[in-house]
Design a protein around this ligand. Structure first.
Ligand SMILES: *[C@@H]1O[C@H](CO)[C@@H](O)[C@H](O)[C@H]1NC(C)=O
Ligand SMILES: *[C@@H]1O[C@H](CO)[C@@H](O)[C@H](O)[C@H]1NC(C)=O
Length: 241
């Protein structure tokens, strides 16, 4: 026999299960028919929330974006190791263009980003052989990203997920990028300052040489987080016809 209390409990469980069956946060608003105008507006409005991450679903924050320590072997034999890396600014990215057709999406973003961390580096930068160990800051106030994303449907335990299968990103730095590195030459502040000035005066050339591997790494970290989102949120919560 059901007691009054038992009925209450069952009602509670049913209500709880119903409300928790939806995984997507309330700020995720699907766009009927994936119309570009709607996607542009909704993605723009979602960014400031999404960048905070969704810890309950294992989705990391993208602003601030915390990078694991990375070691990069850059052109010209420059070895650089970044740690305690933090990137800020993704929450203010402007959505310039979105198109979603079939299983392919095109997303263009314009962002102002700043990177902070510790670095160790040895090797050649332009004409200088550096041997540094200190703090690094890079500011890229106006970088545009163009992302082509391919999706595929995967079913797990009877639930369909539309996951990211593949992506390609190109980018351009549309305003001057500035570098602030301390201690580029261990123990020689004057030489360090001179070389830093030189690096900043030749920022375009520095980016031509080193921009790609560094930016690719950042894009990869961000996409790993976005991929996770599409792996845990069922397709039906994101797409409506
Ligand atoms: C960024 O660069 C683009 C292309 O040069 C320019 O149109 C735009 O005004 C710049 N944005 C900012 C915020 O400076
Ligand atoms: C989330 O962050 C943790 C800790 O930094 C890291 O180990 C993990 O790989 C990240 N997950 C994704 C999907 O980026």
């Amino acid at each position: 026999m059901f007691s009054y209390r038992g009925v209450f409990f069952i009602t509670f469980v049913l209500l709880f299960c119903k409300s928790s069956s939806k995984l997507a946060p309330d700020y995720i608003k699907p766009c009927p028919g994936l119309k570009s105008e709607c996607l542009k507006k909704n993605i723009q409005e979602t960014i400031p929330y999404f960048v905070k991450g969704i810890p309950s679903l294992g989705i990391n924050s993208t602003d601030p974006l915390f990078g694991e320590p990375v070691e990069l072997d850059l052109p010209g034999g420059l070895k650089i190791k970044f740690s305690d890396g933090v990137i800020k600014g993704f929450r203010k990215c402007i959505v310039e263009h979105v198109k979603y057709e079939g299983l392919e999406a095109q997303l263009n973003l314009r962002c102002g980003l700043s990177l902070k961390g510790k670095y160790k580096a040895s090797g050649r930068v332009l004409i200088f052989a550096i041997n540094g160990d200190g703090d690094a800051r890079i500011k890229s106030p106006n970088v545009s990203f163009s992302c082509k994303i391919k999706f595929e449907d995967r079913t797990r335990e009877g639930v369909i997920y539309r996951e990211i299968k593949d992506y390609k990103t190109t980018y351009s730095y549309d305003d001057k990028v500035s570098f602030q590195f301390t201690n580029l030459f261990k123990g020689s502040p004057e030489l360090s300052a001179t070389v830093l000035t030189f690096i900043n005066e030749n920022w375009k050339q520095v980016l031509d040489e080193f921009g790609k591997p560094i930016t690719d790494k950042i894009v990869e970290i961000v996409f790993d987080i976005i991929k996770k989102f599409f792996q845990v949120i069922p397709r039906d919560e994101l797409y409506v016809s």
